[in-house]
Design a binder for this molecule. Structure first.
Ligand SMILES: CC(C)(COP(=O)(O)OP(=O)(O)OC[C@H]1O[C@@H](n2cnc3c(N)ncnc32)[C@H](O)[C@@H]1OP(=O)(O)O)[C@@H](O)C(=O)NCCC(=O)NCCS
Length: 181
């Protein structure tokens, strides 16, 4: 399996991965979100990686630019959304490797904090910790019962605990429907 930056010609396959992974009901909405983010100037810089197995894309991860508002310090921030792996390729480490490679590339690019709204039992495996209790408010309020799903990871020591504030994501991601779960 190889992980590489996505290209324009991967668009159809990436769409297919999200539809298959998230299912017929939610998948098209997620696939549209990905396409929207790829064309969103406020999401730049983005990091879009694909996992390729036998010339076929089996996984995709996207990180886009975010900001921290209501803070005193400038911090380089990204949000991980979404991540998907084809059902038949799941539980083989593809998702984990996409996250790790993404974090390596973001760190090289000088990113300091990465946020994710996702499965609270999955992302801690990749080093994420609950963000709300650390003073990071999500773009839209997260109901208390899902508080653990809003997570952060620092790529450079010293930010967590020192810098807090409210996260503002790119325009395309800044829609309430993307923050409901
Ligand atoms: C979540 C997802 C990306 C994981 O990809 P993957 O390649 O299967 O992940 P990995 O192989 O790195 O890790 C698999 C492990 O994560 C666990 N896992 C998968 N989804 C999980 C979830 N929602 N909550 C907790 N654990 C989960 C699996 O049970 C497996 O555990 P095991 O190692 O003990 O067997 C993939 O299942 C997927 O595409 N799901 C549908 C779309 C989705 O929910 N995306 C994430 C949105 S936040």
């Amino acid at each position: 399996m190889e992980i590489k930056k996505s290209t324009e010609s991967d668009k159809t396959e990436i769409r297919n991965v999200h539809i298959k992974a998230f299912g017929e009901e939610k998948g098209p909405e997620i696939a549209d979100l990905v396409e929207g983010l790829m064309n969103d100037n406020t999401a730049i810089p983005i990091c879009s990686l694909v996992a390729v197995e036998e010339n076929r894309i089996v996984g995709h991860i996207l990180f886009t630019k975010a900001k921290i508002t209501e803070t005193t310090e400038s911090v380089a921030v990204q949000i991980l959304a979404p991540l998907a792996v084809l059902p038949e390729a799941q539980s083989k480490g593809v998702g984990g490797q996409l996250i790790q490679e993404g974090l390596i590339q973001l760190k090289k690019a000088g990113i300091e904090l990465v946020f994710v709204l996702g499965h609270p039992d999955y992302y801690p495996r990749a080093g994420f910790v609950p963000a709300g209790a650390l003073g990071y408010d999500a773009p839209y309020p997260i109901p208390a019962e899902f508080a653990g799903a809003w997570m952060v990871q620092e790529l450079r020591n010293g930010f967590i605990g020192r810098v807090t504030g409210k996260i503002q994501c790119s325009e395309v991601l800044d829609q309430p429907e993307h923050w409901r779960e």
